[in-house]
Design a protein around this ligand. Structure first.
Ligand code: NAD
Length: 517
């Protein structure tokens, strides 16, 4: 008997899933493992019950992907690009269905959910073009009659472990690139967002069939961290691309390193913006409010710390608080709503605890932090807190909409505060002073993987490489040359002469009598 949820939200999810070509499994009575429950944060209701993958399922997925790799790696890269181009078309056709699933499972407002699906379409276009540009290079050899070059080859099976808050975009950044690079993918989505994963998998399988790609290029395994760990430890997984908390990265990285696998880590952020005395405050406030309160503060790039010149800190705080009071909180399917639900009660309690700690540290709650409604869903008004200094709670990532405001006097102090956290994902400065802007982007400025001027910390385009430093993990995904993480590099030296000169002038062979003197 299938046990989907009975709410209209469940019906909406199942309909969207069906249009994408995926069907829910039948869960038979009490037999088998405890089912995985897909819920919506919109009202806490059940969307579906699913089978978690067993260790045999994970092993079979990796084995199937490895078999596919043996064929896929020999398919010319531009032909691999055809698969990804077709995937992009199917994602476009099902943009609305996928956005529905993102809203239902992750609670994103409709506009942001559509934006996330658009990001998938964009990366497919990028990857299809990239399939003709996986350039190696040729270097001048120091030896006559020799050619020295680099070539890039497919790497192997890529395991993608993803977080709840970007349930599909992060998968697509990895998968579109991996596929054109010649690598099959085994995906373990967040246990919170299995349905979006099933929909994407169905569309990718359809694209593979239509373009004549081999079977087994893509597999989804469902479950909690235990399922992720099985991928992490599997020696046939060449690259583990893991997105999530620093805690998860700390568990994953040493295990992959122990078997000399490759890891690409996209972990937590604690992103800050500096607002200098010269800033265009109208523009700054708009950028700050979207970056801090958008997605209910549940983006890895969410703005969490605002470092404002003391001469304008009261004014800036008042303006932000005023804008926050205009934000509508509620169902993400309601077009007038800008702030949807937190993902869970756990997230709400973490926010509550962080606000208590901030107050105990001398912080003043300027606005927000109130729960809206009750029951099984958790809606909050985004909070702004003035802090006397950068205390431990400010230096930690609380995955909820809390914006801590700090004052600074000198630019050096602002940069020190900015960089004075363990994470290093995204950063911004609002200024009209070119010296300040350039200093922020210079080697002794922001220490983050993303550094912006007069734009908030969130909302990256796919064209640039995405990722961060320090505890954010150092990985780069998406655009630019991030594709290199999904390939192995070979250095090739070809001798087309009749001599055999050795590098660095080394002589090895019978010595002449002249040399012997
Ligand atoms: P999470 O760490 O709880 O889970 C992320 C994924 O890792 C899930 O699929 C989970 O099942 C899996 N996982 C957890 N422990 C594991 C283990 N030991 N071995 C293998 N897999 C394991 O994160 P979340 O709550 O889903 O997402 C929020 C966090 O993700 C935040 O910290 C946010 O900043 C971060 N994030 C980072 C980026 C980025 O690009 N840097 C993007 C999105 C989210």
């Amino acid at each position: 008997m299938t046990l989907p949820g009975t709410s209209t939200l469940a019906a909406r999810a199942i309909a969207a899933l069906g249009r994408c070509g995926a069907t829910l499994p039948t869960i038979a009575g009490d037999a088998g493992p405890v089912p995985l429950t897909a819920r919506t944060p919109i009202d806490g209701s059940v969307l579906a019950f699913l089978h978690p993958s067993t260790s045999a399922d994970v092993e079979a997925a990796v084995a199937g992907a490895h078999d596919a790799f043996l064929t896929w790696r020999t398919v010319p890269a531009p032909k691999r690009g055809s698969l990804v181009r077709r995937l992009g078309e199917l994602l476009s056709e099902h943009k609305s269905d996928l956005a529905d699933l993102v809203t239902l499972e992750a609670g994103k407002i409709r506009s942001e959910a559509l934006g996330e699906v658009q990001e998938m379409i964009d990366i497919c276009e990028f990857a299809a073009g990239l399939s003709r540009q996986l350039y190696g290079r040729t270097m001048g050899s120091e030896r006559p009659g020799h050619r020295l070059s680099e070539t890039w080859h497919p790497l192997g099976v890529v395991a993608v472990i993803s977080a709840f808050n970007f349930p599909v975009a992060v998968w697509s950044w990895n998968t579109a690139l991996a596929l054109v690079c010649g690598d099959p993918v085994v995906w373990k989505p967040s246990e919170t967002t299995p349905l979006t994963a099933m929909a994407c998998d169905a569309l990718l399988r359809r694209a593979a069939t239509e373009t004549g790609a081999p079977d087994g290029l893509h597999h989804v395994v469902l479950g909690t961290a235990v399922v992720g760990e099985q991928l992490v430890d599997n020696p046939r997984v060449a690259l583990v691309s893991a997105t999530g908390s620093v805690r998860m990265g700390r568990a994953v990285a040493p295990r992959v390193a122990a078997r000399f696998g490759r890891c690409l880590l996209e972990l937590g952020g604690n992103n800050a913006a500096i607002v200098t005395a010269s800033a265009d405050l109208d523009l700054a406030v708009r950028g700050i409010v979207f970056a801090a309160a958008g997605t209910a503060g549940q983006r890895c790039t969410t703005l969490r710390r605002l470092i404002v010149h003391r001469s304008i800190v009261d004014d800036v705080t008042d303006r932000i608080a005023g804008a926050y009071r205009q934000l509508t909180v509620g169902s993400p399917f309601d077009d007038s709503v800008l702030v949807g639900p937190l993902i869970s009660g756990k997230a709400y309690h973490a926010m509550h605890a962080a606000l208590d700690t901030a107050r105990a540290d001398g912080g003043v709650l300027v606005t927000g932090g109130q729960r809206v409604g009750s029951g099984e869903s958790f809606y909050v008004t985004p909070a702004v807190v003035r802090m006397p200094e950068q205390t431990a709670i400010v230096r930690a990532e609380t995955f909820a909409p809390i914006l801590y405001v700090l004052a600074y006097d000198t630019f050096d102090e602002a940069i020190a505060l900015h960089n004075g956290v363990p994470q290093g994902l995204s950063s911004a400065i609002f200024t009209t002073d070119q010296r300040e802007a350039e200093r922020f982007l210079a080697a002794d400025g922001s220490d983050c993987g993303i550094a912006n001027v007069n734009i908030g910390t969130s909302g990256a385009e796919i064209g640039g490489a995405f990722g961060g430093e320090k505890e954010t993990g150092g990985g780069r995904e998406s655009g630019s040359d991030a594709w290199k993480s999904y390939m192995r590099r070979a250095t090739n030296t070809v001798n087309y002469s009749v001599e055999l000169p050795l590098a660095q002038g080394v002589e090895f062979g019978p010595r002449s009598s002249d040399d012997a003197e």
